[in-house]
Structure formats: C-alpha cells, structure tokens
Design a protein around this ligand. Sequence first.
Ligand code: BG6
Length: 488
Amino acid sequence: MSFRKDFLWGGAVAAHQLEGGWQEGGKGISIADVMTAGGNGIPRRITDGVLPGENYPNHDAIDFYHHYKEDIAMFAEMGFKAFRTSIAWTRIYPNGDDEEPNEEGLKFYDDMFDTLHKYGIEPVITLQHFEMPYNLAKKYNGFMDKRCIGFFEKFARTVFTRYKGKVHYWMTFNEINNQAASPTDHNLIQEGGVLTTNDNPDNEYMMYQSGINELIASARAVQIGHGIDPENKIGCMIGYNPVYPATCNPKDMMEFTTANHIKYWFIDVHAVGEVPHYLEKYWARKGYQIDISDKEREELRKGKVDYIGFSYYMSFATAWREGNDHYDFSEGTALLDKNSKAVSDVVNNPYLKKTDWGWPIDPLGLRYSLNLLYDKYHLPMMIVENGMGAYDTVEKDGSVNDDYRIAYLRAHIEAMREAVDEDGVDLLGYQMWAPIDIVSASSGEMDKRYGFIYVNKNNAGEGDLSRSKKKSFYWYQKVIATNGEDLG
Ligand code: BG6
C-alpha cells in the first residue's frame, strides 16, 4: 500500500477566486475586490477602492456563493475525501476591525461545511488567502501595523470557536513566502496587505516587517486553535518551488543556497519557531530595525505548526553572475517579475518544458521537495496545491479532452507516490489546484483553466456559468477510487 488508508485526496481553491457574491450576505471589500483583470503576461492592478469602469473578475468569479451545493456534489462524485478553501475574512469581519462578527457570513460557511460533511468530505481551511479586508490595508497599511495581529487573532478565534468539530485541518496564511519572491507584485506586498509602489525603496524592509508580524499572528492563531480544540491540526502554507543550482560550480551552489534562504526562511519560523541566523545577519547588514520583542519571539516558539502544507507548481534554476559575489539577498530577490517572467538570477532550465504561461513542468521536483522538507523539519506534510493552468477547447459535443492536464497530474502523483513508498515521507493528503475552473490569482483570467469541471465563462465575462465534466474528471475519480494505485 502506498498511501495511508485515510489519505486526503481532494482539491483546493480560495474564496475570492470562486465565490463571487462580493457584496452579498454583508460581505466587506477585500484586497482581491480592488484587483483588476490582467492577462497572460499582463499584470493586474490594485485600484484605490472599487472604481467605475474597471473590470474586477473576483466580484462575480464563478458564483460558488450560490452554486456550492451543486459543485460540492460534483466533488463528491469524484470521490473527494477533502476540500480546501479559505474563509473570506470580509464575510466574517467586513472591515477587519469591526467589533462583532457578521452572522450571515458565519452561517454561509456553516452551511458549506455541513454540505461537505454530508458527503464525508473533510474541509481543509485557510484563514487568509490573498483576501485581507481592504479597510485594513488602507487604514493601517496592513500587517505593517501590529494592531492587525490583533484583528487576525480575533478573526481566528471567532472561526475556531464557531466551527469547532466541523473543521479539523487549518492553515494560517496562504503562500506566506510568495512576497519574498516578488515583493511588489500588483503594487501590494501580498498577504501582508501592504499597499506600495514598485519603486518604493522600503519594499524589502516592509516585506520583512509585515512578514514577521504575520508570523506572530500565525503563532498566536496556532495557540488559540489548539486551546479551543486539541483535535485541531494547524499548518503553515508555503509556496514551494525549489531553486536548483544551474551547475556544480561552487559559486552556483552558493547562489542556490542564498536563493533558497530568501524564499523559504518563513518555514523555519513556522516550523522551528526561530528567526534563522542568516536572516538576523542580513537585517543587521542592511540596517533593518525589525520590530520583534522577546515576548513575540517566545510566542513564535510556542506557536509552531503541526504540519507543513505547501503548493508545488514548478522549479527554478539559478546561476552566479558577475557582480554578485556577495550572495546578497537584494541581488537575488526578484525571482519572478510582475509578469511571471523569470528575471534576475533565475536561468532557464533546459531539461524542462513549460506551460503556456511559462511555468516549468518538473514532476521529479515534487519528490525532491517532499524529501527536502521532511529531512529538514520532520513534520507531516500535505500537498495543498498542484496543477496546471491551460487553455481548454470545448468540442462540438461539449467534451473537453484535457490529456495534457491528466499527463501533468499523473506525473506529479507518481513522483509523490515514490516519495511515500521509496523515501518514506509522511504525507497526509493531496489537494490538486483547482478542481473547478476559477479566476486565476496572478492574471485574473478565467481562460487559465485548472479544473476537472469546466465552467462556461471566459475572460470577457461571457458565459452562462454552467458546469460540465472534462475527461480528467473521470480520470481523477479512478485515481481516488484506487487510492492512487491506478493512474492510467
Ligand atoms: C498559488 C495561489 O500561487 O497558485 C493560488 O495560492 C493560485 O491562489 C495558484 O491561483 C495558481 O496561480 P494562478 O495565477 O495560475 O491562478
């Protein structure tokens, strides 16, 4: 037997990418609601509030808010054991700093979780997935202000209390480390909710300060969640796209070490409870006075996560270059630019093919990542995102023959099986991204499709939102039914 009997096969999404209903049920405006549509190679923009004449694809998304029963029934038909989504913070606290939670928002998730349990599907819940209340970003500059730690704590306490017994698997911040790779993507320090401009010289400092504040907020949430229900398993969520050295030149090795430090120091804080030594040194070199008290450091130690959740889409390669002898972080931070194009010290990996959006396809890298994370942290892991965005063609008979998607997922699941079978890593589950077509986070497109379920809506917003099964729907159904034995 490769996978444990209770292996959590399922799929993952985020509230803002599928729910729609942006003003329904008392919901407030989130940062995702002020993000315009971009395109393949065209960045999204953050506007100063919701402006007339702009296109905000997350406002309506695929209207899961009204379709969730039908959609969950289709997940159940595939045999899902788990479903990962986020609780939109603005449905619970519309402005983030409200006194009382919004009952209608709480009720919505109650009903959704009940529907999942009706089919024996375990909810896996992210507290904050790129959807901070816009008011907190505007009024407090997001997690640059320590008061936001308290607002997050309140939000976490409210949902841990309300959904006690209904939700056992949680994650605090989605891809908390993404901001280290491109701190000014969309003029926003993502997750931290810090509004900025691409040319602001303080971006790097703000990324570290808001990142540390989020990590403190995460550690508090872990302690609160354990206190409310000792059965809770609370993980971190890391965007894990490993960086390889381009060659065995020791200079490339050093460059690779630095790049991995830049992107993944967050895991050390989550899992070990300490700010890593190299980061303290770097802050001192740069003269960054990061505000973190002894008491907060103690909280980080007490709020270590129970498991490592991570997304895996691709890998990168990096090489030393003339003029970057010091392996300085600032020389290598921008691994991706705002158009998701590799820049800076990222080099092309000639061994890998790419998706239509230029994301390198590297299944073996998933086995490598599982090994590396398990060797280093000795914690159970869950793959909480893995998938391939592609252009789909609907045939005259309505079918979508997405063999490319099946091939991508098959190769990654095989690599995951080898990591479990041959290397002995402790893996709790696999949530592919995303079981149903939704709005792309990076580009705002609908036509960058990941789903087993096709949603009739295009980039222009046209379509009747009807759902239909792609070829991959039946393939995944078989994978789950055989607990990953039959990947054919
Ligand atoms: C991850 C995010 O970075 O990648 C998701 O957690 C996102 O929110 C996913 O949707 C895929 O990226 P994209 O840009 O293709 O939607």
